[in-house]
Ligand binder design. Structure first.
Ligand SMILES: [Zn+2]
Ligand SMILES: [Zn+2]
Length: 339
């Protein structure tokens, strides 16, 4: 989005840079300048200097510099691509975090986007492009079938036994058991068995779980970035190289057509190094022209991280205490697993 130059000039003139920086670091006056700990890098003695007359700041430690506008941009959200660049230039603020959502569920737009927008937080959604025109991920066919099944579910004809679904926790458990049994099957076999489950249950299943093309455009309009996550979400180690490469390239091409912009980020389906993707898939992703990729290996990114296998953390907790605990614990992780 372009901000008119006169607006920028007005904001610049009206902003007391000392007060602005003061919200993020406590400043002490030294002659005409103010100094304090740099908000952009971790340090013990102050190397951050503010010149209130000129409205400029400069850090002798990390080289961060600019005016009120660039300060706000720098301490507020930067998008994923910029965060990656700054990670390797060592100018990413300590404790910076990126928010990502995998698969491209419609609820990313309906539930998450309004919350993110309200707080001004950038995020990236990794989209499985095969569902932009409808359809369901196989695991949702399982979940939605089990949700709608009667109290007795007999799947012995496909070798999965019988389930008693008398309450919600029994349904949750059954869906989990079935997903575990299906996950690592050959994709064709998995699709066949999954649709057999839906047939046996015989109920109508939702068709609007995944983002549509207009919904992806709406995400972009709301300044939520999109990344690729293959076409059909195969576990890359379970398909041949030709299929894997096609899945990676086609998801990028489709999203670029939808968004009219380069798609620079990729997330490996399932995402566990060695088990779900190999070094050869990392090479495919790099050769496809992405600028970074994320895995599901647990950890925090650091300058030594492979930019095509950046680790993440999954906040499964439903309490904020658990969530903060996990953030703190993850921050201490030094070395993530890679393929
Ligand atoms: Zn600094
Ligand atoms: Zn996924």
């Amino acid at each position: 989005m372009a901000i008119p130059e006169e607006d920028v000039a007005r904001v610049r003139a009206a902003t007391d840079i000392a007060a602005l920086v003061g919200e993020h670091s406590s400043l002490k006056r030294v002659g005409l300048r103010l100094t304090g700990l740099c908000p952009f890098h971790q340090e013990k003695s102050p190397s951050f200097s503010v010149n209130p007359q000129e409205g400029l700041y400069y850090c002798f430690g990390c080289g961060a510099s600019g005016d009120a506008i660039s300060f706000v941009r720098a301490v507020d959200g930067v998008d994923f691509v910029e965060a990656v660049e700054r990670l390797y230039k060592r100018s990413l603020p300590p404790n910076a975090a990126c928010i990502t959502f995998d698969d491209g569920y419609a609820n990313t737009l309906m539930c998450a986007a309004p919350v993110l927008e309200k707080r001004g937080l950038p995020a990236t959604v990794f989209i499985t492009t095969g569902y932009l025109e409808g359809g369901r991920m196989w695991n949702d066919t399982v979940i939605e079938s089990v949700r709608r099944a009667g109290e007795q579910l007999d799947l012995s004809s496909i070798g999965f036994g019988r389930f008693k679904l008398t309450d919600m926790s029994a349904r949750r458990h059954a869906a989990q058991v079935l997903r575990r049994k299906l996950k690592y099957l050959d994709p064709e076999d998995r699709a066949q068995k999954t649709s057999r489950i839906a047939e046996i249950v015989g109920r109508e299943l939702p068709e609007d779980l995944m983002l549509s093309v207009p919904q992806v455009k709406e995400l972009i309009r709301r300044r939520i970035d999109v990344g690729a996550h293959t076409v059909s979400h195969p576990i890359l180690t379970r398909v041949d190289d030709v299929t894997a490469r096609r899945e990676i390239l086609a998801s990028k091409a489709t999203l670029e057509e939808v968004t009219g912009a380069p798609v620079e980020l990729f997330a490996y389906p399932n995402g566990q190094p060695h088990r779900d993707y190999l070094r050869s898939h990392v090479d495919m992703v790099r050769e496809a022209g992405f600028s970074a990729a994320v895995s599901s290996a647990w950890g925090a990114c650091h300058v030594g991280s492979d930019r095509f296998q950046l680790p993440r953390m999954k906040p499964w907790e439903t309490s904020s205490v658990g969530f903060v605990g996990r953030l703190l614990y993850t921050r201490r992780a030094k070395r993530e697993e890679t393929a």
